[in-house]
Design a binder for this molecule. Structure first.
Ligand SMILES: NC(=O)c1ccc[n+]([C@@H]2O[C@H](COP(=O)([O-])OP(=O)(O)OC[C@H]3O[C@@H](n4cnc5c(N)ncnc54)[C@H](O)[C@@H]3O)[C@@H](O)[C@H]2O)c1
Length: 341
């Protein structure tokens, strides 16, 4: 019975964790969210047990593991900003590595042996070839990417030495939203392109485009966007994979198809009907020209297939969520949909 499966979702008040928690709940899992609400978010998940607290708090973890019968952890909690990790690596390593170690040790102490970890394509660094498969060399260029690689290494050692199993999911660019459930992207500060473009479109502000001289057909960076619900679905499939006794491993999550910044700009203009004001500036150091996933392994081993990751559909859902955030009527979205057809 699925209700016997109780998943502790760390970072479940965040962007991807909240969608995963919702999908898990929809599929009959019991959900416990542990989130320190770093960005002063609030819990708005009546269908989950929500605990405000830090993953690095071993006393709290001991209480949670004693009180609840946790079947597995889905570990989303982390600091995600690459730029901040360069400016303040200590905070990044502390939260993403040290606190994760505290979590893993609490799991060991309480006999919880299954974890699905939010890794990132940042573990690969500058790609040597694209699409990038899981065997691509790991040369992260930021403390953020290193923190994800370090945790993967720790997970591998723990799985070898102790009764522990893991799946590391290396997401490429998460996108999209679930406005029907008031779920979407709310990063503070926001560094991701689609919400930034939507903000520029809805606030008539300037969007800054970094670099038009990359080695790509239109000169702008190409990225692989994957809908959060597809990422959430991969978590459930990864959990089932481990439950079936399969071995610990890592999977890329992407569509295998990249879109340039200019293509994303066009999609946002088409969906919103806005004409964007763009400031063109130099490319950023360390920004690879192309990051596209080879997700064959997730497809073949997990049976994972992205079903929501069409670019315009992702932009539309994010736009609808952005409008909800502004407390504007969402009727405009229907006009947008009709324009698209
Ligand atoms: N967004 C992406 O495109 C992307 C891509 C690759 C990997 N990831 C990874 O996916 C995970 C989720 O990313 P997101 O975009 O949802 O980020 P997010 O910032 O929206 O969510 C992270 C959540 O974790 C919480 N948190 C942070 N540190 C905590 C701690 N010590 N204890 C308890 N809660 C804590 C925050 O309050 C927040 O709610 C992260 O691990 C991130 O590195 C994200």
């Amino acid at each position: 019975m699925l209700s016997m499966h109780t998943i502790l979702v760390t970072g479940g008040a965040g962007y991807i964790g909240s969608h995963a928690a919702w999908l898990l709940h929809q599929q009959g899992y019991q959900i416990i969210i542990l989130d320190s609400l770093v960005y002063n978010q609030s819990f708005d998940f009546p269908w989950a047990t929500c605990i405000k607290g830090d993953v690095g708090d071993r006393h709290l973890l001991a209480t949670i593991f004693t009180y609840y019968s946790i079947t597995a952890i889905m570990h989303f909690a982390a600091f995600i900003e690459v730029g901040r990790s360069v400016a303040d690596p200590a905070a990044c390593y502390q939260n993403n590595v040290v606190n994760t170690l505290t979590l893993l040790n609490a799991m060991r102490d309480h006999g919880v042996n299954t974890i699905i970890f939010s890794s990132s394509c940042a573990v690969y660094g500058e790609p040597q070839q694209v699409p990038i498969d899981e065997n691509h060399p790991k040369n992260p260029i930021s403390p953020y990417g290193e923190s994800k690689q370090m945790v993967e290494q720790i997970l591998r050692r723990y799985a070898d030495a102790y009764d522990m199993q893991f799946v590391a999911l290396r997401y490429f660019n998460a996108a999209g939203a679930l406005p029907e459930r008031n779920l979407g992207e709310r990063h503070e500060p926001e560094t991701h392109i689609i919400p930034l473009l939507l903000h520029a479109a809805t606030h008539k502000s300037v969007f800054t485009m970094f670099g038009t001289d990359h080695a790509t057909p239109d000169g702008t960076c190409i990225r692989d966007y994957v809908h959060v619900l597809d990422i959430a679905d991969a978590h459930i499939k990864a959990y089932e994979y481990l439950q079936a006794g399969n071995q610990s491993t890592a999977f890329n999550l992407g569509t295998g198809h990249g879109f340039s910044v200019r293509e994303v700009v066009s999609a946002v203009q088409e969906v919103t009907g806005a004409s964007l004001d763009i400031a063109y500036v130099e490319k950023r150091a360390g920004d690879p020209a192309i990051l596209v996933a080879d997700a064959t392994k997730a497809r073949e081993v997990l049976g994972w297939q992205p079903r929501h990751s069409e670019l315009h559909a992702m932009v539309r859902s994010a736009y609808q969520f952005a409008l909800l955030q502004q407390e504007k009527p969402v009727s405009g979205i229907h006009e947008v949909k009709q324009k698209q057809v």
